[in-house]
Design a protein around this ligand. Sequence first.
Ligand code: FES
Length: 132
Amino acid sequence: MTDQTAIWVRICTLNEIPVGKAKGFTINGQMLAIARCADEPFVTQGTCSHMFFPLGGSKVEDCSLVCGLHRSKFDMRDGSVQEWSVFPPMIGAALAAIRKSKSLRTYPTKVEDGNVFIQWPGSTPESIKVKF
Ligand code: FES
């Protein structure tokens, strides 16, 4: 394992994160999703841990993110699975068996003066490109 430093990188303002919906973005080409739970932002991996459907645009309610494809439901705060592939009826259950339930990866975030930051491996902010 390499020893890599991490820095805080500004992503956007808190107000740019829609209420009730996750927003997709990339950091250095890596897909991520950001959503808010009240006034706290949370960042997860950008694709679903079930069958890799993009999570940008997913519905968010009560701090849970729901994948638009088979409606697996994840706690935004720690990425844990709350429901696993429940849609469509019958078929969702069959698809649930394809892959064992797996939490989403989450990333540390903080808010300062209304700006949202993510902790990301790197040594200088210039080496890290955030793109919506
Ligand atoms: S791809 Fe997300 S629940 Fe199946």
